[in-house]
Design a protein. Structure first.
Length: 459
């Protein structure tokens, strides 16, 4: 236990610096001149593959584990050609074998193909990213109420830039391999529905290359800011999830706050995704109350995400096992940013008990934090450093937190992805295998979403 604690403290001091250095050294897209059969590309821009039906050659796919005494010691790979049609992978064939010679073909350059990443907790609607550097002072002792007061002033200043900066943030996370996201969006009297309208406009424009769910987020307190009517309007306007926030620390009425949140979800047949930062006994009580509510309300089964859930770090191993068993039975999801520092979340224990754990950026650069890199492979790397004993197999499994548990190989080393009729949503990585990609936070070279090349280049 002492060794684990000192390791966490070391990572707390150095982890972000190391990962930032690795990422800032990553290769971006490169300008090149192409022949007339292939589109050209400007520096930093994506190629434009207009064909719906084409081949992608020289794709490096994982083929299996090499075992030594039942321990995976390396990963076997092979080069393949993918046939892609109308957003789907329709066939995997021998490399450079083209059954239809009339179709266009592109060259992946021997890069490793991994499933598209998923940034499942981000705030696209309020960010400094895409604007000038800005780091706000948050002295020790700053409370959530202090931050709410700051937002009353800051949010109107940010709104004119919401759409442009959300687009810039989407560009960033696409460059890191994410094409699927869940964005929280402020819904409170200061913003009204304007942030939602702005975000929906951006997502409509980016639909061909980016899928994003929206959580209506009462950042200033569902009860405290009297936001229930606005939240209901947001549901009618197309938000996908009902959000919530610290029902004791902010709303000062745990049961009423949570009951109101769940009732809105039930009334509009929506899911729930709550920010729960509370680490006091009140946070544990909130987790228990939410689990109990889902247990006695079948309509909510599979529809609750607890974001952050820091109260779980306050439980002992047996308590985590007990609550995790109940959460798994109700298909309750945890969304974690994989925090580093003194708080050690029981993420591996939750995953081992069958709880679906996903990760996200949260803030890239805003008034909450200046540190986010928008990179889910970085999150998988942090998860691996904090929670596993590294070997070929455990490193490759860690990738699942970044991809929604879509992995090229199953635990036996059998290829389960990609297969025919899977969405052609993937990222090309300069790595030899998943384990290396996670351990080294390997550079990305191209990102595809449903057959569309949305960032980077291929030959």
């Amino acid at each position: 236990m002492k060794e684990n604690k000192s390791r966490r403290e070391f990572i707390s001091q150095s982890g972000k610096m190391v990962t930032a250095c690795a990422l800032f050294g990553a290769t971006g897209s490169v300008a090149y001149a192409a022949d007339s059969a292939k589109p050209t590309c400007e520096t930093g821009k994506s190629m434009n593959i207009t064909a719906k039906h084409y081949y992608l050659d020289n794709v490096l796919l994982e083929a299996g584990f090499q075992f030594d005494n039942n321990v995976a010691t390396s990963t076997r790979t092979e080069l393949k050609t993918l046939e892609i049609n109308d957003g789907k992978i329709v066939a995997l064939g021998d490399n450079k074998a083209h059954a239809d010679a009339t179709l266009p073909h592109y060259d992946a350059g021997g890069k490793l193909m991994l499933p598209a990443m998923r940034d499942m907790h981000i705030h696209l609607d309020k960010t400094f990213y895409g604007g000038p550097w800005r780091s706000l002072n948050r002295p020790a002792g700053t409370t959530i109420q202090d931050m709410i007061r700051l937002e009353h002033k800051l949010l109107p200043e940010l709104q004119p830039y919401t759409q442009a900066r959300a687009e810039a943030l989407i560009d960033l996370i696409q460059s890191k391999g994410s094409t699927i996201a869940r964005s929280h969006c402020n819904i409170e009297p200061t913003s009204g529905l304007k942030n939602l309208e702005n975000l929906q406009a951006v997502l409509a424009r980016r639909k061909a290359g980016f899928d994003c769910e929206i959580v209506a987020f009462p950042q200033h307190g569902l009860l405290l800011s009297k936001s229930e009517p606005l939240m209901r309007e947001a549901m009618q306007a197309g938000a996908h999830y009902v959000g919530g926030l610290d029902p004791t620390n902010v709303d000062a009425a745990m049961e009423k706050s949570l009951d109101t949140m769940f009732q809105i979800a039930l009334d509009y047949d929506k899911g729930v995704d709550i920010h729960l930062h509370e680490t006091s006994p009140a946070g544990v009580a909130a987790v228990n109350y939410m689990v109990e509510t889902v247990e006695k309300t079948p309509e909510l089964k599979g529809k609750l995400t607890i974001s952050h859930g820091f109260a779980l770090a306050m439980l002992n191993e047996q308590q985590v096992d007990e609550i995790a068993t109940r959460m798994a039975a109700q298909r309750i999801t945890i969304a974690s940013t994989v925090p580093i520092g003194t708080m050690h979340m029981p993420l591996k224990q939750l995953r081992d008990k069958g709880v679906f754990v996903m990760t996200g950026t949260d803030s890239v650069i805003d008034h909450w934090s200046p540190y986010g890199l928008g990179d889910m492979l970085e999150k998988a790397n942090l998860y691996a450093q904090l929670y596993i004993r590294p070997n070929e197999q455990t490193l490759s499994r860690s990738l699942g937190i970044a991809t929604g548990d879509v992995l090229p190989l199953n635990d036996k080393g059998e290829r389960v992805w990609p297969k025919a009729q899977d969405d052609a949503s993937f990222v090309l990585v300069d790595a030899s295998c998943s384990a290396e990609a996670v351990a080294r936070i390997s550079p990305r070279t191209a990102t595809f979403h449903k057959g569309n090349l949305v960032w980077g280049t291929v030959g």
